[in-house]
Design a protein around this ligand. Structure first.
Ligand SMILES: N[C@@H](CCC(=O)N[C@@H](CS)C(=O)NCC(=O)O)C(=O)O
Length: 406
């Protein structure tokens, strides 16, 4: 028993309930996190479950997963809010490096994995018929049907969801005939860099899984590692990356193929080239999206400077699953992308800044040096003029404005 407690220090008597779905992008992040953290949890798909449909969804006012039911009867929605909560409750086992530079990198990769690959994952899910059919049938079963045996309803539910997603492609998400080649280039480059890195290290930041790995699981497991078309590409071109998606979905730290690697995070003074290369790519592909999001947020703030603390950060004034602050434009691999800007990206950047602000020398100098080396100046420079707060454990269940600073 003692060794079990040592292996699972975060284990609790009562399980958490993870409202989620196998097919769901964001659920893959919290699932991998809870699995690697060694938490006691069970999973439920909303389907026709009364707790979700009669309590959680009406309270939130919209559908959105994942949601975490806590043993005390309350719940939290949103992957970032869930992980922030669980990190505070269960500091061990460590999913954030103690070295502040590595910790800041973990939050930067967390941001990239959570929202920096949305075009990539949606394109590979819905632009190819085999993948789209597979995902639609999963979604129909998991979310849309009140009766698992009602084949017609399941089919209709999947088809409706697919139509909704495709309808949002050109205007809201920025997936068009012009942007698809750039999306595919950036995906191929990500697969190549991670496949190389995972030949030497079981996880992104070395010998232990971090919150950064968990966020990357959204796209790399739930869509690219599961849907027929991209999973085939991943297995053929990045088999070691595919192995990582399997490792991330099982408890424990040790990866069978790399059992000799010490179960520790890398240190910032000795970053391997494979990680530097990955960071360069992140800064190139996500840096531009990040900068455009920052501009959209500052424009949104400036359009009505006296908004009250707690105001919903969106063009409309209702909290919805996907709050948008207006349009933004940036270049991905030289191609212009025009799409909605999301406050989530600014919120997550604040967790990078929180770590950076607590740094002392020589860590601060090392942080600046690494970010300059990998072309991440924009992540050094930008500081939101008002904070973005996630209020997803109580009304309005949305991303809201923090207090006005003098
Ligand atoms: N910011 C949320 C996003 C969650 C999200 O968009 N979940 C998807 C499923 S993967 C969803 O519920 N979509 C419903 C919709 O878009 O209407 C998070 O991090 O949890």
């Amino acid at each position: 028993m003692k060794s079990l407690q040592e292996a699972f220090p975060a284990w609790t008597d009562e399980p958490y309930v993870h409202w989620s779905a196998h097919v769901s992008l964001y659920s893959a992040k919290t699932r991998a996190y809870m699995t690697k953290k060694g938490l006691n949890y069970v999973e439920c798909t909303p389907g026709s479950q009364p707790r979700f449909n009669e309590v959680i969804k009406p309270a939130m006012g919209y559908f959105g997963i994942p949601v975490l039911d806590l043993p005390n009867g309350t719940f939290i929605s949103d992957t970032t809010a869930i992980i922030r909560y669980l990190e505070a409750q269960h500091p061990e086992p460590a999913m954030q490096p103690t070295d502040p530079v590595m910790r800041a990198l973990a939050w930067l990769i967390f941001n990239y994995g959570t929202e920096g690959l949305f075009l990539q994952c949606q394109h590979y899910r819905w632009s190819f018929k085999d993948s789209a059919d597979f995902a639609a049938s999963d979604i129909g079963r998991a979310l849309a049907s009140p009766d698992p045996k009602d084949a017609k309803k399941i089919e209709q539910g999947g088809a409706d969801y697919e139509a909704m997603k495709l309808g949002r492609f050109p205007d809201q998400v920025g997936i068009t005939a012009e942007t698809i080649p750039a999306i595919e280039k950036s995906t191929a480059s990500l697969l190549e860099k991670l496949d190389l890195h995972f030949r030497y290290f079981p996880y992104v930041l070395g010998g232990r899984p971090s919150i950064g790995d968990c966020a990357l699981m959204e796209v790399l497991h739930a869509h690219l590692g599961r849907d027929i078309h991209p999973a085939d590409i991943m297995k053929k071109t990045a088999p070691v990356l595919y192995r990582w998606t399997e490792t991330m979905n099982r408890p424990g730290i040790q990866d069978a193929e790399l059992s000799q690697v010490p179960k520790e995070f890398l240190t910032a003074d000795k970053l391997p080239n494979s990680l530097i290369d990955l960071l360069r790519m992140i800064c190139m592909d996500f840096g531009a999206q990040f900068e455009a999001t920052a501009k959209a947020y500052e424009d949104w703030l400036a359009s009505e400077p006296d908004r009250a603390e707690g105001a919903i950060i969106a063009s409309g004034d209702a909290a919805i699953n996907r709050q948008a602050m207006g349009k933004m434009e940036y270049k991905l691999r030289g191609v212009k992308v025009r799409r909605d800007a999301w406050p989530d990206v600014i919120n997550m950047h604040q967790y990078v800044l929180e770590v950076v602000d607590a740094m002392k020398e020589p860590e601060l100098a090392r942080w600046n040096e690494i970010m300059e080396l990998v072309g991440g100046e924009v992540f050094l420079k930008y500081r939101p003029s008002r904070s973005v707060v996630i209020k997803k454990d109580q009304p309005p269940y949305g991303y809201v404005l923090g207090p006005k600073t003098a």
